[in-house]
Design a protein around this ligand. Structure first.
Ligand SMILES: Cc1cc2nc3c(=O)[nH]c(=O)nc-3n(C[C@H](O)[C@H](O)[C@H](O)COP(=O)(O)OP(=O)(O)OC[C@H]3O[C@@H](n4cnc5c(N)ncnc54)[C@H](O)[C@@H]3O)c2cc1C
Length: 418
């Protein structure tokens, strides 16, 4: 992490080509998507929680169609001829806007876990995988899930992943349980990327796992339950607890080769992690905006709320912390754009810790400034806080990322393994 050397010619600003795209995305989020968030979410209570009511489909598919027709689609596909060919730095500005609305990321076909999964299929899939799964994902016709975490093992150390995957003739047969499989509740979710254990003593510790494509609905797959986050099941997306019993898939569904699981997961989780961070910064911005507006609207003790107690400091600190987090996020994005995954990793880890931390603090202060209303259904702050809180676990808990940052730092002063 040599700051001076790695930071030369670092361009973090908005490029000219991005400006008109950014304007369109920001306007669509603000004027067309965010106003429909609440109606869309309220519909979940009306139908089968794990399906879409006609109105939900109308809202979501209508917005997607509009975005696609306007060419506002698949921005995440950085450095590629298929998408815009934006850099990760450029994408960061768009993802931040998307973070301001519940539906926005999906409207632009930029939502988790699909972006990470599509990246895997694009980089590591065969032509057949791409035709069957990547194409409809890129079109926004289906959705996907990523199954790594298991209930029985500490999954922040992914070498613990234990799902069995045995070769049987031309097939693989999978057995075991996964949980927190985000998106697996969605009826449109058609494909799972599953991390499995394929032990081989001749290979090193980080080559004992593989990734296999498992179509949703393959016989032997059982959705046991939806995990709840503070009592909410996040239907119809869902974070599912899934059991696989003798699930049989063709051997050609293996990604790359046996033992390549970690190699693939590094490729997948890097961009995925940073997308979450960019959106979290957008959520923090939205919370700060709400906090400022509310504190100017209401009065107590003869003054506007903004003018009471330490509220200037609270607002100023929120602004300063958001700015710091955004710069760190852009730097991590810039490191990714340089193409050296190993060099970018500690930067991704830094922002993976900082972005949720800052966003949680700002959202918390915004809730406080709103009084009781701040944690109610009348504002989206409580939902934003709940979502951002999960990011301190999803894609690796804080401690694992801090470890990565500290090891990188210590390496500068010792030849020993740290
Ligand atoms: C809403 C949500 C969505 C998720 N979506 C997905 C998904 O789509 N797919 C998927 O596979 N997983 C998903 N996850 C799971 C997530 O990635 C795991 O929860 C996370 O990796 C931690 O694994 P674990 O829960 O097994 O915790 P454990 O590994 O048991 O760790 C528990 C705690 O131990 C401590 N700890 C661990 N390592 C260290 C260390 N090195 N130093 C100090 N302390 C440490 C930390 O405090 C950590 O939080 C999701 C989780 C949530 C909450």
């Amino acid at each position: 992490m040599n700051m001076t050397a790695s930071s030369s010619n670092m361009a973090l600003g908005m490029t000219e080509r991005l400006k008109p795209i950014h304007e369109k995305v920001a306007a669509m989020v603000r004027d067309e998507i965010a106003p429909l968030d609440e109606e869309f979410l309220a519909e979940v209570e009306k139908g089968d929680r794990w399906g879409y009511t006609p109105r939900q489909s109308e809202i979501l598919e209508g917005l997607k169609k509009k975005a696609k027709e306007a060419g506002l689609w698949n921005f995440w596909l950085t450095d590629s001829e298929r998408g815009y060919g934006l850099s990760t730095v450029e994408y960061a500005y768009l993802a931040e806007e998307m973070g301001k609305s519940h539906l926005a990321a999906e409207v632009f076909n930029c939502s988790a876990p699909d972006t990470g999964n599509m990246e895997v299929l694009e980089r590591y899939g065969t032509d057949e995988h791409k035709a069957k799964w990547l194409k409809p994902l890129l079109e926004g016709e289906i959705r996907s899930a990523f199954l790594m975490t298991e209930p029985e093992v500490a999954s922040s150390d992914a070498t613990n992943v234990s799902m069995s995957c045995m070769r049987d003739g031309d097939d693989y047969v999978l057995n075991g349980e996964k949980w927190w499989s985000s998106g697996a509740g969605d009826p449109r979710c058609k494909i799972y990327i599953v991390m499995v254990h394929t032990p081989d003593e001749s290979r090193p510790r980080h080559q004992q796992h593989s990734m296999v494509l498992v179509p949703a609905g393959t016989p032997g797959i059982e959705i046991l339950r939806a995990m709840q986050v503070f009592g909410e099941d996040d239907a119809p997306h869902g974070h599912m607890h899934v059991k696989l019993t003798d699930v049989r898939v063709p051997a050609s569904n293996l990604l790359m080769r046996e033992g390549a699981g970690f190699e693939i997961s590094q490729g997948r989780l890097g961009p995925g992690r940073i997308h979450h961070c960019m959106r979290a910064i957008g959520q923090a911005e939205a919370a700060l905006e709400a906090m400022c507006k509310r504190s100017l609207q209401r009065e107590a003790f003869g003054k506007k709320l903004a003018q009471l107690g330490a509220n200037y400091d609270i607002i100023a600190n929120a602004r300063m912390e958001i700015e710091m987090a955004r710069l760190l996020c852009l730097k991590a994005a810039w490191m990714m754009d340089k193409g050296d995954a190993r060099a970018a990793a500690p930067w991704i880890s830094q922002i993976k810790v900082i972005a949720p931390q800052v966003a949680l603090k700002v959202i918390d202060e915004a809730m406080q400034m709103h009084g009781g209303a701040g944690i109610s259904q009348d504002f989206q702050l409580a939902r934003a806080w709940t979502h951002v809180r999960t990011l301190r676990f999803a894609d690796g808990p804080d401690a694992v990322h801090r470890r990565q940052v500290a090891r990188q730092e210590l390496k500068r002063y010792t030849q020993e393994k740290v």
